[in-house]
Design a protein. Structure first.
Length: 241
């Protein structure tokens, strides 16, 4: 796994951006790894500074209302354990819509796919893992605001884009997402455009209030990476700074 991650990061294009937040995809690395790497390579110059990662992704398996915390002490990957930030969890636990729901984390890949990338580029850090169900942009943005912190805190939103369209239709739908992200438009992106639309719209809501600027790091689909072009999944990486 270390070799695979290193290859993706080495191949990724670098930019002079210090991100406060990132959006990256969560498919298998052979499909979306190159796109995710374009986001995570930005962290290498500031790897000593980031001490906490607030990671939000959609729930693919368990329908529920709100935002799910985990009761776990750590999340384990082949690269080791990432401790859960209990202090940050205690801050958001009383907030509207937030609950401890381990079932929403047990089989969910949208968060765990990102952890090896984070372990590869950062030094010691803690994790606030949040699986997002049916939640409004205002609920998500309030949670993000509560743990926004300073330079020591990074926000990561996990989302793929369009699912199982033909290549040209996917490109059209995914370009609509990119235009909305660049405009910080939290009212446009829906589940047809991005499975992580709810955490993404929450970030866009807060980014507008914080005066952040979004940039496109990479945008492709599985037809560009490791699949055919008949039914593709879209991927994009964005930074907010």
């Amino acid at each position: 796994m270390r070799q695979s991650l290193a290859a993706h990061l080495t191949a990724a294009r670098t930019a002079e951006i210090v991100p406060k937040a990132l959006v990256a995809p969560h498919a298998g690395y052979v499909y979306s790894g190159p796109v995710a790497a374009s986001a995570y390579v930005l962290l290498e110059p500031v790897c000593d500074r980031i001490r906490r990662v607030v990671l939000l992704g959609p729930s693919h398996r368990i329908p529920f209302r709100g935002i799910a915390l985990s009761s776990a002490e750590a999340f384990r990957t082949p690269l080791g354990d990432v401790p859960v930030d209990k202090e940050a969890a205690a801050i958001v636990a009383p907030m509207p819509g937030v609950q401890v729901l381990d079932e929403a984390h047990a089989l969910e890949h949208s968060l765990e796919v990102h952890l090896p990338f984070l372990q590869a580029v950062l030094n010691d850090f803690t994790l606030l893992p949040l699986t997002v169900g049916e939640a409004t942009p205002e609920e998500v943005s309030a949670v993000l605001e509560a743990v926004w912190g300073g330079d020591e805190t990074l926000v990561v939103i996990s989302s793929d884009l369009s699912h199982y369209h033909g290549y040209e239709e996917a490109e059209r739908l995914d370009e609509e997402v990119t235009r909305a992200v660049l405009a910080l438009d939290a009212g446009f992106i829906d589940p047809e455009h991005a499975c992580g639309c709810r955490p993404l719209n929450g970030l866009l809501t807060l980014a507008g209030r914080k005066g952040l600027t979004a940039e496109v790091l990479d945008q492709r689909n599985s037809g560009d990476t490791a699949g055919d072009r008949l039914r593709v999944v879209g991927y994009a990486a964005y930074s907010f700074s």
